[in-house]
Design a protein around this ligand. Structure first.
Ligand code: B16
Ligand code: MG
Length: 217
């Protein structure tokens, strides 16, 4: 029986991928690489520092630790300007109804995100109060596909991992949830998410009954 639901942030609660893409395109262009949307898909759920390493690798470019730190700051400053006007209008379809429904039904809720900007974004979306726990990129040693973020969230909720459902939009996150021994509902606007138990386009019309019917083993 599912007792808790752990939500990825970017791509599940709101779609910030387009802003990550714009800011990474700038950085990539500065190292002589034309970053496409298909490249950006591969960066979903991947931490900021690892994303930069991947882009530098694609570009065949090398940078010192100090230069990388500057690029990471530049990327994040640009990203923060792009997300400054996020609001409740940017919450993805079905999210608020689903959160209200499962919380009324007694399920615990958490966020498990690779983003170091998660608290800021949740605040902008006015969603913070819907979660019993928030684990973000500032709180883990290893980021997705490592299971740490989801294992920590289950611990904060006080639940066994096998009684948690993770909702994810990226392969790195699905792999992390699987490694944590959790059930996975994929949100697959773009990708395949082959390792998810089940995929839906968004959370519109998804409720507690759907969760308990499809994920109670
Ligand atoms: P930040 P999620 C991830 O968030 C994004 O999908 C990924 O594109 C981003 O690089 C990562 O957060 C780090 O974000 O630069 O804000 O720390 O999908 O795990 O909620
Ligand atoms: Mg995501």
């Amino acid at each position: 029986m599912i007792q808790g639901v752990i939500f990825d942030l970017d791509g599940v609660l709101t779609d910030t991928a387009v802003y990550h893409y714009q800011s990474w395109r700038n950085i990539a262009s500065g190292v002589g690489f034309d970053l496409t949307e298909s490249h950006n898909e591969q960066l979903k759920g991947v931490s900021r520092a690892e994303s930069l390493d991947i882009i530098l690798n694609w570009a065949g470019a090398e940078r010192s630790v100090e230069e990388k730190a500057l690029l990471l700051t530049e990327k994040n400053n640009h990203y923060l300007t792009l997300i400054a006007s996020l609001s409740t209008a940017d919450i993805l379809p079905g999210v608020v109804d689903f959160l209200s429904n499962i919380r009324s039904g007694g399920l615990k809720t958490a966020v498990g995100s690779s983003s170091k900007n998660a608290v800021f974004i949740l605040d902008k979306l006015q969603l913070t109060g819907y979660f019993d726990a928030i684990v973000d990129g500032n709180m883990v040693k290893q980021t997705k596909p490592d299971p740490e973020v989801f294992v920590n969230a289950a611990q904060l909720l006080g639940l066994p991992t096998q009684n948690c459902l993770v909702i994810e939009d990226a392969d790195a996150g699905v792999t992390a949830a699987r490694a944590a021994g959790m059930h996975v509902l994929g949100i697959n606007g773009h990708g395949q998410l082959q390792d998810a138990d089940l995929c839906v386009e968004n959370l519109h019309n998804i409720d507690l009954q759907f969760v308990q019917t499809h994920f109670s083993s």
